[in-house]
Design a protein around this ligand. Structure first.
Ligand SMILES: Nc1nc2c(ncn2[C@@H]2O[C@H](COP(=O)(O)OP(=O)(O)OP(=O)(O)O)[C@@H](O)[C@H]2O)c(=O)[nH]1
Length: 670
């Protein structure tokens, strides 16, 4: 059914954790037992690093394409990709083996705090097998559907993947989605069944059968490991060498380097992650960006080991980084092709741009922060190219942007990264999916210069009298669940206006359901509902499936008669009442009581459809502060003032800024 590289020579089954010479220098390679005691020349560190000095650059010419393997680790969320990457880094001596190596490649603060990978990370590993020195470029990828753009981009720099499947949970929705990404890219797939040994409920044989049934991969191709304990992880390295083909491409051809990721460093400018499809690139070369046609001089090239390690050159088939004095974030396009000046080449196909699933308005808390926030958003979108940005403005919130994300988690992570990495605090409005309207009003058609418009800002939702029809985006959702939850899940899908398209057993006890859903119904909290209904056992993934006609209405939320612009939302007509009621209830719980009574109302046009009231209350922060300790009083007042920064005024009502997101997180499943 798919391409698997022919099997090459076998490496020894067990590896020596460290070749002694390498160990004492902390060198990133080791040799396999096949070379032990053999007549093959031992791999002295000096051969890798020139004179043997750790500080000297690695001579990358020692790795011709046939000694390179480029692969990604892909899996469903939490199936152990990053843990397997840790073990591979340890086994190849790239990092020292310590108890503290936990998800080493998850470098971002947000990844550490949330315990999930959100950003693909590359690491070059050196591995010695049967007397041959290999360069293995590993890319650890995220598992959550909101970050699948990272996976598809990473695959463009690879010839194979390790498809990790949890031996306890078996194939899940993102396992299927990620497998097909790799399959469509014609990559070799090595199935790795993880958590085999140490988990009581693990059933690797069942998972092997699932893999065979769902992906047509024979069971004997599966490698069973425990990434946590390191059991059998060596065979993964052997399989990488044996089953993944080396990259194509020739050093003699003119340079063709694909920019598959990039970051911004305030001192060095853009750091581009590149995969060399052809040619050689060296420090000092004059290169051209196919996208901008600008010419740059290469200041630095190197590999990620896993931190940046400069080299003199990079050669065809290798993956590394390049710094070339690109100071402006708009100069570095992900998917761009870099080539040598005076040696133009046909640019590589690049990447399909990401299709945003939800849009939200983003505004600085204080308009004086506009330029800082602009620069922060530009730099962060360089590192996260799946975010789309349009300028926007609002009467209540001032100048800002409308940002498109791949899902709500993606939006939250982006917001968190802005705060953590750029110290930027923002107001985010209610996320909305991109609706469409077919206009009937000649005036509007003239204004928009087209008949069918896409609405990414609910405030601009045209009235019913001015449109022929509204359209909502739909997705094809895949749910995988143990069969005992099927009934409950089908009811949930129905409540979310889902239309069943398919149902099949992937083994005796697990069912795969396919539903066509309005995107709006699943984007906010469907996954949470699914998890709680199935005690955490069901998984969900979705893909774009176009648009369908829908009866939509715009719903306003008012506080004491003032419309809260952040909360204007578009809902299906049949759901307006129940959604409005939930938003009012949630807002009531989120709003701090104030000196006066607050009326919270949901309205469609002039018709109020739900209402809640927050009673008046006076919070005296000094109430418990008896006596005359002025410093204590000052501290309390300062803390109160700090807290106010997190509030946004609507009329004279103070609303905590996170309330705008929180209120949306529950939809009625009735
Ligand atoms: N018992 C056991 N736990 C494991 C094993 N491998 C990974 N884990 C645990 O599973 C959890 C998830 O592991 P990660 O490596 O972060 O999973 P991931 O696939 O990278 O997660 P995302 O990147 O967020 O999708 C962590 O708590 C790991 O300690 C294993 O072999 N056995």
């Amino acid at each position: 059914m798919w391409l698997l590289a022919g099997r090459g020579p076998r490496c020894g089954r067990a590896l020596v954790p460290w070749a002694s010479g390498a160990a004492c220098l902390g060198l990133p390679w080791l040799r396999c037992p096949a070379t032990r005691g053999s007549t093959a020349e031992p791999w002295a560190p000096a051969r890798l690093y020139g004179s043997g000095d750790r500080k000297e650059k690695i001579d990358m010419s020692r790795f011709p394409a046939e000694h390179i393997r480029n692969f990604s680790v892909i899996a469903h969320v939490d199936h152990g990709k990053s843990t397997l990457a840790d073990r591979l880094l340890e086994l190849t001596g790239t990092i020292d083996k310590t108890k503290n190596n936990k998800q080493v490649l998850d470098k971002l603060q947000v990844e550490r705090e949330r315990g999930i990978t959100v950003k693909a990370q590359t690491a070059s590993l050196f591995y010695n097998c049967e007397g041959k020195q290999y360069l293995l470029n590993l890319i650890d990828t995220p598992g959550h559907v909101d970050f699948s753009y990272e996976v598809s981009r990473s695959l463009s720099a690879c010839q194979g993947v390790l498809l990790v499947v949890d031996a306890n949970e078996g194939i899940q929705a993102q396992t299927v989605a990620n497998f097909f990404l790799a399959f469509e890219a014609q990559l070799s797939v090595i199935p790795v069944i993880n958590k085999k040994i140490d988990l009581k409920n693990a059933d690797p044989e069942r998972v092997e059968k699932q893999i065979e049934k769902a992906f047509d991969i024979p069971s004997d191709e599966c490698i069973k490991i425990s990434a946590k304990l390191g059991t059998n992880v060596e065979s993964v390295l052997q399989a990488v060498i044996e089953r993944i083909p080396p990259p194509q491409g020739h050093c003699k051809n003119p340079l063709r380097a694909l920019v598959f990721d990039s970051t911004f460093d305030q001192y060095r400018g853009v750091i581009a992650n590149i995969a060399l499809f052809d040619g050689v690139v060296s420090k000092g070369d004059k290169i051209v960006s196919a996208h901008t046609q600008k010419i740059y001089e290469v200041n630095e090239v190197g590999i990620l080991n896993p931190n940046e390690q400069p080299t003199d050159k990079l050669y065809a088939g290798q993956v590394g980084y390049l710094i070339a004095g690109m100071k402006d974030v708009t100069e570095a396009q992900i998917g761009d092709t870099l080539y040598l000046h005076k040696q133009p080449v046909e640019p590589l196909p690049g990447f399909k741009s990401a299709k945003p699933m939800v849009f939200a308005g983003m505004y600085p808390i204080d308009q004086s922060e506009y330029n800082n926030l602009k620069s922060a958003i530009e730099k962060l979108t360089l590192n996260d190219s799946s975010v789309t940005v349009y300028r926007d403005s609002s009467l209540a919130l001032g100048a800002g942007w409308r940002l498109g994300f791949l899902g709500l988690l993606h939006m939250e992570v982006f917001n968190q990264r802005l705060e953590q990495e750029y110290n930027a605090s923002v107001i985010l409005t209610t996320p909305t999916v991109p609706y469409k309207a077919v206009l009937s009003s000649a005036k509007l058609i003239k204004e928009y210069r087209e008949k069918e418009i896409t609405i990414i800002n609910p405030a601009q939702f045209p009235e019913k009298s001015k449109v022929t029809e509204y359209l909502e985006p739909v997705v094809l959702g895949t749910v995988i669940t143990p069969d005992e939850y099927t009934g409950k899940i089908m009811m949930l899908c129905q409540a979310r206006r889902g239309v069943q398209k398919n149902m099949m057993y992937i083994d005796q006890h697990r069912v795969m359901l396919k539903y066509l859903f309005p995107l709006n119904e699943i984007v906010v909290d469907f996954y949470d509902s699914l998890k709680s209904l199935s005690s955490g056992y069901a998984s969900f993934d979705y893909e774009d499936a176009g648009y369908q006609t829908a009866e939509l209405v715009k719903m306003d939320i008012l506080l004491n008669g003032n419309i809260v612009e952040e909360l204007v939302t578009v809902v299906h007509k049949d759901k307006a009442h129940s959604v409005g009621k939930v938003i009012c209830e949630r807002l009531k719980d989120s709003l701090p009581r104030q000196l006066f009574e607050i009326a919270i109302q949901a309205a469609i046009g002039s018709k109020i459809i739900a209402r809640e009231t927050v009673k008046a209350y006076r919070k005296n922060v000094l109430a418990k502060c008896y006596g005359g300790d002025i410093t204590r009083k000052m501290k309390l007042l300062k803390r109160q003032a700090e807290g106010k920064k997190k509030l946004r005024k609507v009329g004279n009502i103070e609303v905590p800024k996170d309330a705008f997101i929180k209120v949306l997180k529950t939809q009625p499943d009735k």
